[in-house]
Structures are given as C-alpha cells and as structure tokens.
Design a protein. Structure first.
Ligand code: HEM
Length: 181
C-alpha cells in the first residue's frame, strides 16, 4: 500500500494518542519499514493491519471502528492531493461515481504498482446509491469512512448501510449510501 496511506495513519495516531503511543505501537509491531514511510513508495499491507491491531488493543476500540475513523481522516488528505487531471466535481453523487472510473484510474496511471479496490454501482428503488466494494484488503470500513469524509466535504448528510460484508464471507461488500436532500 502507498506510503501516503501510512503517513496519514501515523499522523492520526500521533494527533489523537500522542507520539509515545505511536512509538509504543512500533515497538510492539516491529514493522520492516521501522515505521518510516515515504509517499509514493509501497509498503506491505500487513504493516497497516498489524498497526491497526496494536491500536485496537491499546484503545480497547473495535478495529472496524478505528478503520472507519481512519478512512474519514484520510479523505481530506487524499482530496487535497487529487491527481491534477481529475476535473473539479461539484456534485457528491457524481464524485462517488467518479472514484472507480476516474479518480482511482488516474491514481493507477501515476502509480502503476498501486493496487486499487474495485467499485461497482447500482441504484435502489428509493434512489439510494449502492456501491459494491471488492478488494483483497477487505478495507470496507475504510471505504465507509472515506465516503463519510467526502459527504462532509460536499456538505451532504448521509447514512451508510452495509448489509453484505466480505468479513462475513460475502464475495464483495454492499454499501448503500442514503443521501439526505
Ligand atoms: C469517497 C471517496 C473514496 C473512496 C470510497 C475510496 C476508497 C478507497 C479504499 C477503500 C482504499 C483502500 C485500499 C483497498 O481497499 O484496497 C483506497 C485506496 C486509495 N485511494 Fe481511494 N477512495 C476515495 C477517494 C480517493 C481520492 C479522492 C483519492 C485521490 C488521490 C484516492 C486515492 C487512493 C490511493 C492513492 C489509495 C492507495 C492505493 C494503494 O496504496 O495501493 N482515493 N481508496
């Protein structure tokens, strides 16, 4: 996974738990990188999963909640570093639809060694947006957090349902995004 994801994670931990907590987590996990991450470089996904595990143990909070909160924090970092070729998108739903076909495609073009999740879209009868998420990393709770972060950016109120989940054995996660007008 990209270094930018790891630097965001370390920033969040240091901001909320302090530098000593981050150092303690590194001591425990002993990541191959020594916890020194550079944007644009790739690091082993397991380092992130192990660090999340250490944070869950330290805080006593469930890992999915921590990953969701991380996704929300990460959104602003990613949004402020959007690839220049992605035009300005003003509409929230349009933005969500652009993740798979425009934004992540552009990320992949710039970083050919990156692995990006796959999203497929559908509409419910009520007009809600369905996002099917699939990735070997099963970071569906990060996806939820990223969508919440995007909603805040676009000043939209949303409710996210997650009725089918890869963590429960589903082939892909089903996220239903209810956007309140
Ligand atoms: C609501 C908006 C977004 C959602 C739901 C989303 C979803 C995700 C998820 C869940 C991941 C974790 C990797 C995985 O699941 O396999 C990811 C990775 C990533 N996303 Fe997005 N994303 C969003 C917006 C953006 C934006 C605005 C950018 C702008 C640059 C971006 C760039 C990236 C990058 C660089 C990675 C890391 C890829 C890697 O390390 O291999 N994403 N995204």
């Amino acid at each position: 996974m990209q270094g930018s994801i790891f630097t965001a994670f370390s920033e969040l931990v240091i901001e909320q738990q302090g530098m000593a907590a981050w150092d303690e987590m590194l001591d425990k996990v002993q990541p191959a990188s020594d916890g020194i991450y550079t944007r644009g470089q790739q690091y082993d996904d397991n380092e992130l999963f192990d660090l999340v595990g250490a944070l869950a143990e330290k805080t006593g909070l469930p890992a999915p909640d921590l990953v969701r909160a991380f996704g929300q924090f990460l959104f602003d970092k990613l949004y402020n570093n959007m690839p220049p070729n992605v035009g300005k998108i003003e509409d929230f739903r349009e933005f969500l639809l652009a993740i798979d076909s425009v934004i992540h495609v552009e990320v992949q073009r710039i970083h050919p060694d990156a692995y990006l999740p796959k999203f497929e879209y559908d509409d419910t009868e009520d007009g809600d947006l369905i996002m099917y998420y699939e990735s070997k990393r099963k970071l569906c709770h990060a996806a939820e957090g990223l969508i919440l972060g995007a909603a805040a950016q676009f000043k939209q109120e949303v409710n996210i349902l997650h009725p089918e989940c890869m963590h429960d054995g589903a082939k892909r996660c089903k996220l239903i995004i209810q956007i309140k007008d």
